[in-house]
Design a protein around this ligand. Sequence first.
Ligand SMILES: [Zn+2]
Length: 450
Amino acid sequence: MASVILNIKVFNLKENTILYIKKDFFKITFFIFVFILLEGCSKKVTAPGPPYSAHVIQMNSMQPSQNYSDAPTYNFQTGTFTWLQNLDQLDGNYFKFIFGGVLTANYVSGSLVSAKSFSQSKSLNLRYKVINGVVVPKDYSTMAMLFSYYQLDTIANNIQTMTGYSMDTIKQKYGKINIFFEPKIELVNDGSTIEASTKLNAAYAPGAHQFIMYQRSTLENVPLAANLQVVAHEFGHSIWELAFDGGQAPDCDRLNLEYAIRGLNEGFADMHSYTLTGSTNVLQNSINIENIPSQRNFSAITFKYDDISGGKADADSNSGNPCTQSFYCIGTLFANALFNAQANNTSPTYVQNSLTGTTGRGAFMTMITTALQATKAGMLNSGNLPDPSTIKFTDFCRPSPGDSNNSTYNGRILGTFFNSFLKQIPLGATRTQICKQLEDNFGTTGFQLT
Ligand SMILES: [Zn+2]
């Protein structure tokens, strides 16, 4: 019981969920208030559509003058929704928003929630007006939901290029994906509703295949739920489930609950975000506190596994350690290795500033995603997984008690993963390069060959 409470505090504080007022929050908040406050009372109007157009926040494409580690800029523009069919219900071909309610969960680990059930949704009650056929939100919650839907639409339009999976294939596996907006999360173990609800920002629930979004304060620079980079990260978790778990992460699954695998899942999700946007700086636009964005900015990090093992990754953020994001640090090393392999590959060179094309970011991530599909079976058949009882990991229904103190144990898990994963990548320069980068980052402790 105590460990669950501890997990929530540790993981979610490190999921970067405390939002501080930023010096530069005025940039976007100002615009948000201008177009909300300009609205007086007016009768409900009908928006033309589908397709609907709305005043939404959009990420500007990364420019050649920018580095991959730079945070992209955002602006307000009229955007047209591709897949939204019913504006007032925020219901479309692939996504449906559900407002409020209580989500019961077994545990929260990073941005993953093990949802068990959901109840008591309220009606959406969107408030907007229509100006020249364009939907303009009249309150913050309408704005946050519309913006969020728009980011999901953007991802849906690109997902096949990014991963090889079409939205129709995803829908066949998952059904229409619900996005729970502003739910309370109640943990079945201790009923600590407030703890989980107030510290999460955006999350994915494997098994239930649902996303959870919070609007948070009006003082965020780019609202989390409207940040394409953050939404793409969460969507990456659903792709991991599709590839690594064949579309259905089992309940009480030892491998998924291992510290190291939770880390790899996070790194994969960051890689997924970068594949879409071209930026590895996933968090700076929404959460710019302490040094969290820079520790996650995987093209720019310089630490190695040995620098974060022996308890360092789980130490206090004031410890001076190069990464204090717990299991996320392992994911950041994984994403960094993939990023460098993509950059250094000579035959063919993957084009990092292009999403599309046979050697674009999408092609690289599709290869990674495809390799993930048989990785789990390979791990289970390897006979090389360490005995979980060595770290007192006996309850496979909640995250392992492991941490970065279990350097050797985690290295066995990682080595088993990497060996199985690499076998799924076609023999050649790309595989050689990925292997080399993984060896560079994880060393002999973090990438054990046994
Ligand atoms: Zn995550």
